[in-house]
Design a protein around this ligand. Structure first.
Ligand SMILES: C[S@@+](CC[C@H](N)C(=O)[O-])C[C@H]1O[C@@H](n2cnc3c(N)ncnc32)[C@H](O)[C@@H]1O
Length: 205
């Protein structure tokens, strides 16, 4: 689903941060697992975190309904139109297919944790270790905010929070700004060079 340069820059960023900051890799919004596998592969190739765990959160039932007020009419209209580019049946994905894919990457099964369900019911129960890379790819305001509230505090200093939909959906950028303001966090929005992937670096509190 992700264009080439953006995919590569996500991976380069995860590689850079993952080499320097110990902790688990977490993706919220995995869909079929394209980025999930890239995150696993780059961490394994670096070889410096043999105990790193990978946590993947998704409903595997697609996106929840967009909220007209928070996500905007573009999001609501997109969701209503099955022929919209990138709609993919409302981003639904097959759980068994995803599980088989991530378990075929050569990582010990006990290091792979798939959390199936709505973020509102799952991310608050995260029981993994400190987080090195937190990748948010849940499109909407509530999906983004729920993950930030539950998981941002668990990101290690120097860890990255990658915000896939910052430029794509108003609800996502609003959630990031609201979260930072609500918690009076002075974190900056950083950008990669080619595809301008948006990310935050956690500073020590
Ligand atoms: C754009 S897709 C993710 C693409 C994926 N990261 C990739 O690399 O191809 C968005 C995903 O977020 C999931 N999602 C969004 N909001 C969610 C929520 N509140 N709870 C659970 N899953 C959610 C959807 O099920 C969907 O699979």
């Amino acid at each position: 689903m992700i264009p080439g340069n953006r995919y590569i820059e996500n991976i380069m960023l995860a590689d850079h941060v993952g080499r320097g900051v110990p902790g688990d890799f977490v993706e919220c919004g995995t869909w079929r697992g394209g980025m999930a596998c890239g995150l696993m592969a780059v961490s394994e190739a670096a070889g410096n975190a043999p105990d790193r765990r990978f946590h993947f959160f998704d409903s595997f039932e697609g996106l929840p309904p967009a909220d007209a007020e928070k996500d905007g009419t573009a999001a609501v209209d997109y969701q209503k139109d099955p022929d919209a580019p990138g709609h993919f049946n409302n981003c639904s994905a097959d759980y068994e297919g995803f599980a088989a894919l991530v378990h075929a990457q050569g990582v010990a099964p006990e290091r792979i944790h798939i959390h199936r369900g709505w973020f509102q019911d799952t991310v608050g129960h995260y029981a993994g270790g400190p987080i090195s890379v937190l990748r948010l790819d849940g499109d909407w305001y509530e999906s983004t905010m729920t993950c930030l509230e539950a998981l941002y505090p668990l990101v290690s200093p120097g860890g990255a929070i990658i915000i896939d939909d910052y430029d794509d959906w108003d609800g996502c950028s609003l959630a990031v700004h609201d979260y930072l303001s609500r918690h009076r966090l002075p974190a900056r929005i950083h950008r990669t060079v080619l595809s301008r992937v948006a990310f935050l670096i956690k500073v020590a509190e």
